[in-house]
Ligand binder design. Structure first.
Ligand code: ZN
Length: 138
């Protein structure tokens, strides 16, 4: 889902980003783990959301962060600035290694906001979560 404002925004409040992630989380498909995650990505002045989608063949499941990133990429938006990731669990929903690597392809400096089910918030950066991502070299 792409939310477009009438004007492009250069910044977005954490609150607004978290609200969008919470709304996306409601649509998560997680019948196996029952762990629903929502993500909202701010990129190139627009907001893109995603939620985790599980599959009976577990390895085909995809995380909310990558769904949000793919939504942005489908819109040719690659300037990832900030992402909010929201869970319903007590633990903070740190992005997995695959998502960190995937996001780092487009932005090394993006802000990452984690919100647990109690509404507690932790702020970090992608660089902190994955200081040395894999880089393709010929
Ligand atoms: Zn992931």
């Amino acid at each position: 889902m792409v939310i477009e404002w009438e004007k492009m925004h250069t910044i977005i409040s954490d609150r607004e980003l978290i609200q969008s992630a919470r709304k996306a989380r409601e649509r998560a498909y997680a019948p196996y783990s029952d762990s629903k995650i929502g993500a909202a990505l701010f990129s190139s002045g627009k907001l893109y959301t995603g939620f985790n989608i599980e599959n009976a063949s577990y390895s085909l499941s995809i995380c909310a962060e990558r769904v949000a990133a793919i939504n942005a990429l489908l819109d040719n938006s690659k300037d990832f600035q900030k992402i909010a990731i929201v869970s319903g669990d007590e633990k903070f929903p740190y992005p997995c290694g695959a998502c960190c690597q995937f996001l780092s392809e487009f932005s090394r400096d993006m802000e990452v906001i984690l919100v647990n089910g109690k509404g507690n918030l932790e702020k970090t950066t992608l660089k902190e979560l994955i200081p040395k991502p894999f880089i393709f070299s010929e």
